[in-house]
Ligand binder design. Structure first.
Ligand code: GUN
Length: 297
């Protein structure tokens, strides 16, 4: 393997420790813990795993965790009433409604109900707009985590060619905004892009966030490029396996032969998402108290 491995797990552990230090400073300053409310509707197994690990990480960082589990058939009115209560609760600094929601609930309506000052996911249109025009707000956790890994690995991104594969509101679009703000030249590719391999071959930075197992191949990669794999896909079980393998959107073994640096799956981008969520929650807490956010948070 030619590429350097980008160790998201280690980077996330360092970030979590730093957030933990700041969380203690917040308690010392205000006499209360920063708090995150996580709302889960229904019993999607992957979402249950995420919500449990978020709760544990929040407690481990010295912050308060409030979990709200609603039945799969809960009404929009019930969910919106809960969000209203959390918006008004001074112990709650951040609100995260786990997506996807059951089909009868309108995700955009639910996100719009969250106070932009508590929207630690950065999904509210106010925060998306702030990011688009360069104002400070909340930036979605996964792309912000990717950005931290990239700047740690590459330093200044000015003038680099970046290709983001995927245009979701959660990853692709905010990722493109962040790379643009860092002076990269950004292309957003997607399912309708003509000759995707040729587009990706131009890139010094590739961010793959499409949810297609091992889509990005070794011969798509410019030698030395940095490759960030946001995908988490479970393959069907092969012979004798109880569970299928977990793979990213990048064919890791072949891409690692050509790239300069690459994130593994698991252990790359995944651990960064929760670490950044903790950071965003603590930023919200300092702001909600009307205090200056510490520079190194
Ligand atoms: N579902 C998958 N990723 C996320 C995330 O970052 N935030 C929320 N709220 N739901 C998700």
């Amino acid at each position: 393997m030619a590429a350097q491995l980008i160790d998201g797990k280690a980077f996330a552990a360092t970030l979590r420790a730093r957030v933990g230090g700041h969380a203690a400073a917040f308690v010392a300053r205000t006499g209360r813990q920063a708090g995150l409310a996580v709302v889960l509707v229904g019993h999607d197994p992957a979402s249950e795993v995420y919500v449990r690990s978020k709760g544990k990480a929040v407690l481990a960082a010295g912050m308060a965790s409030f979990e709200h589990l609603l039945p799969a058939d809960c009404s929009a009115a019930q969910l919106l009433a809960l969000i209203e209560r959390l918006n008004a609760d001074p112990a709650v600094d951040g609100i995260l409604v786990q997506l996807p929601l059951p089909a009868h609930l309108d995700e955009q309506q639910v996100i719009a109900a969250i106070s932009p000052d508590k929207d630690v996911d950065g999904f509210h249109v106010i925060n998306a707009g702030r990011l688009a025009v360069g104002l400070s707000g909340f930036v979605p956790c996964t792309p912000l985590g990717c950005m931290m890994l990239l700047t740690d690995q590459l330093g200044d991104l000015s003038g680099m060619e970046a290709v983001v594969i995927g245009r979701s509101n959660i990853v692709g679009k905010p990722m493109a905004q962040l790379l643009t703000a860092a002076n990269a030249t950004v292309t957003v590719a997607h399912s309708r892009t003509r000759d995707l391999p040729a587009v990706v071959r131009r890139a010094d930075i590739v961010v793959a966030a499409v949810g297609r197992p091992e889509l990005v191949r070794g011969d798509w990669i410019k030698p030395g490029a940095a490759v960030i794999d946001v995908g988490i896909n479970r393959l069907p079980p092969a012979n004798g396996e109880a569970k299928g393998r977990l793979v990213g959107d990048v064919a890791f073994a072949e891409v690692a032969e050509v790239a300069g640096a690459i994130t593994p799956v698991p252990g790359g981008v995944g651990p960064m998402t929760i670490a950044v969520l903790l950071r965003n929650t603590l930023v919200a807490a300092w702001r909600n108290e009307g205090l200056e956010v510490p520079q190194d948070l």
